[in-house]
Design a binder for this molecule. Structure first.
Ligand code: NAD
Length: 498
């Protein structure tokens, strides 16, 4: 049985007292074991980070960027291997796994420009003979706690920015698919980074708590489900850390009567069922505006769903693969039953799906609900599976209200040909990321990613200039160089620039 080890510089203490099974979701078999560490492993990682971080922070940003450039090259050279590894533990199809790597790499590309974006601000002559300048300095040691659903992209969102800014970084990836983060850390050393700068500690709640309480860790970035995000936020902040904690989602796709329906259905199917719905920017709720739109949409959705191919993650023709674990599959099937019990119409039932030759794989077929209403638990909560819910809205106002009133506020999309309606929607909707005829509006790496309401705790987004702010602190210097000619000011009065 393969074991997946921590990446801790100079540590030979083994995996930890406990271990966790890593499955091949295509077959349902255990393919590896990952050790679950705790305080001892974290202390060792912190010690190693403390050894290298000051020198890294003192390395000029151009040299730091060169490591990022090299790392980018190495990830590109190894992208097939990374995508295969990712797919074998997560279950997403290979093309989608490539996308996972690529979207993370785009943040590394942004980090390659760190000398430019880290330049501070300067004001000459802010007062008589006085200049003011500010600089952004690293925090020291940062940590990241990441979910299972993007095991390449989300770690790179975090460590790309943190390390380029001059910090050391300790990553605690999901215990369900930990191999890709380990491989990324190995490639980072190959790229010329000192050992200890990027380390990986495996674990569960015990390790997370150790991170949140550790005095030497200055900042924690978390992505995962909302209850845990809230917990991480509160505990980390109480320990005096800077914390950003992204949570769950229930993204709505609004279909206006004038939308290009064929295009919208094509986009919706990909966004609802791609990656088996295990994306925080999936579109699991569709809101047709008006009864006529709802009927036309439903008529087109059913055959599109029927023609979906669910297969093993290495099947080139499959649109999506298995769920990550049997537990996740069970959760999704329970939500489908809940929707039925609450009175929604189950138009397509994906439960009991069996793939020939892979009967023990964690597959769930695509499901579609119609006549879902806002009082249903299955609408209020995140399902995180291949389940699309139709919530019919009578008009535009109701369509704006639905995502705005929902507890989550990660992403939303509107499909329309009417620029005015799209503009109004984007202005008014109470959600952090908006797509206009774009189903999965994950912002590019030089903007930033973050939801609102229970989709994010803390006040800075991931990557881009927001990431830069999160991983640095500002120092502002006010200076003058007197030439001896100053007349005596009253030193007891608060100085002003008069
Ligand atoms: P999760 O909350 O179960 O796990 C996330 C991390 O928290 C993992 O590293 C895990 O080991 C750790 N963890 C688990 N239980 C814990 C506990 N009790 N105490 C402390 N830490 C704990 O999330 P997941 O199932 O891995 O990922 C799916 C969730 O992540 C979904 O809710 C999805 O919407 C969300 N997500 C959000 C974003 C975003 O940017 N908003 C992006 C991707 C995923």
């Amino acid at each position: 049985m393969r074991t997946i080890d921590h990446v801790i510089s100079g540590y030979s203490g083994g995996g930890g007292a406990r271990s966790h099974d890593v499955f091949d979701p295509n077959t349902g078999q255990v393919q590896a074991k990952v050790g679950l560490g705790g305080q001892a492993e974290l202390d060792a990682a912190v010690k190693a980070a403390q050894k290298v971080q000051p020198e890294w922070a003192a390395t000029n940003p151009q040299r730091r960027a060169r490591v990022m450039f090299k790392f980018k090259e190495l990830v590109e050279a190894n992208k097939d291997e990374l995508a295969r590894l990712l797919s074998s533990e997560h279950g997403k199809v290979i093309d989608d796994a490539h996308g996972d790597v690529q979207r993370g790499l785009e943040v590394i590309e942004y980090a390659c420009g760190i000398p430019q974006v880290l330049k501070g601000e300067y004001t000459q002559g802010a007062g008589p003979g006085i200049d003011v300048y500010s600089m952004r300095q690293p925090l020291g040691i940062g940590a990241g706690i990441t979910p299972f659903n993007f095991p390449a992209m989300i770690p790179m969102w975090m460590f790309g920015m943190a390390i380029a800014c001059g910090n050391a970084f300790i990553l605690k990836p999901s215990e369900r698919d930990p191999s890709v983060p380990v491989r990324l850390a190995e490639l980072f050393v190959e790229a010329g980074a000192p050992e200890g700068l990027l380390q990986v500690v495996h674990g569960d709640k015990e390790m997370v708590d150790a991170i949140l309480d550790h005095e030497a860790i200055s900042a924690v970035s978390f992505v995962g489900s909302s209850d845990i995000a809230h917990y991480v936020y509160k505990r980390g902040v109480a320990a005096g850390k800077r914390v950003q904690a992204m949570g769950g989602a229930k993204n709505h796709g609004i279909i206006m009567p004038d939308a290009d329906l064929d295009q919208a259905v094509n986009d919706l199917i990909g966004a609802a069922y791609g990656s088996a719905g295990e994306r925080c920017m999936a579109l699991p709720v569709v809101v047709p505006v008006g009864e006529d739109t709802a009927e036309r949409l439903r008529e087109k959705l059913i055959p599109a769903i029927d023609s979906l191919r669910v297969g093993v993650s290495t099947d080139k023709d499959a649109q999506y693969g298995p769920m990550v674990t049997a537990e996740q599959k069970g959760r999704v099937e329970n939500w489908i039953q809940k929707g039925v019990d609450e009175g929604a119409e189950l138009v397509v039932d994906g439960r009991g799906f069996k793939l020939q030759g892979h009967e023990d794989g964690f597959f769930v077929g695509p499901s579609l609900f119609d006549h879902v209403t806002t009082d249903m638990e299955s609408y209020k909560e995140e399902i995180f599976g291949p389940v699309l819910q139709i919530v019919r809205a009578k008009d535009f106002e109701e369509a704006v209200r639905l995502p705005s009133d929902h507890q989550y506020g990660n992403g939303v999309a509107i499909f329309t040909r009417n620029g005015h309606a799209a503009r109004e929607f984007a202005q008014r909707v109470n959600v952090g990321m908006v797509g206009v005829n774009v189903p999965i509006p994950v912002p590019v790496s030089y903007h930033s990613f973050g939801g609102w309401k229970r989709s994010a705790f803390g006040d800075t987004n991931q990557y881009g200039t927001e990431g830069l702010k999160f991983w640095t602190k500002v120092k502002t210097v006010t200076q003058r160089w007197p030439d001896g000619s100053a007349t005596g000011e009253n030193a007891f009065v608060i100085p002003t620039m008069g």
